[in-house]
Design a protein around this ligand. Sequence first.
Ligand code: G3P
Length: 214
Amino acid sequence: MKIFLDSADTSIIKKLYCTGLIDGVTTNPTLIRKSGRDPIDVYSELQELGVPDISMEVSGDVGEMYDEAQKLASQFGQVATIKLPMTVDGLLVCQQLSKQLIRTNVTLIFSIPQAILAAKAGATYVSPFVGRLDDQQIAGLEVVRGISSLYSSKGIRTQVLAASIRNVHRAVRSFYNGAQIVTMPPNVFEDMYNHMLTDAGLDIFQKDINAMSN
Ligand code: G3P
């Protein structure tokens, strides 16, 4: 049950990585753009922080994606996971990288047929987008469940990394539905700590501690 942060905001990631509960980070061009920084600077900072698994998205045609992936893999070594789009070109590059034992994350997965092809291409991870499926009135968690149960019944090693997670309920249910990894925005991770009964219980205990010391 691994938790990744879906963010390129290194100051927030730094703060949350200190909890010891974060297993990796996923980025994408939108998150990098939002950070206002060069992607290489973001990845370098995360590597220095000790993040062991960083998804770095590549773009362009087959040759461009392959070359970018090689550069990232040689610069960042074991921490680099190359994020590829769920396209014909993306899966061609995925096959080449998996032969070289470079970790891959096939992103923008919205259906089981796509997940079958990505697994056949040797993807390390597939990223079904739960929230964006829900936006289309398609149950994102059902897609996670379908992919996970198919992979486990066929003994497929590709792992399901649930993405586009917007609240704690979807994060937790993704694990219930078979995802090995859930990547979530920092605010969703922080919400996982919270429960009103924990706060209420702490208040009562604190009152009792205060009463005893009077
Ligand atoms: O990991 C993919 C994620 O960043 C997309 O999330 O909320 O934009 O659909 P969202």
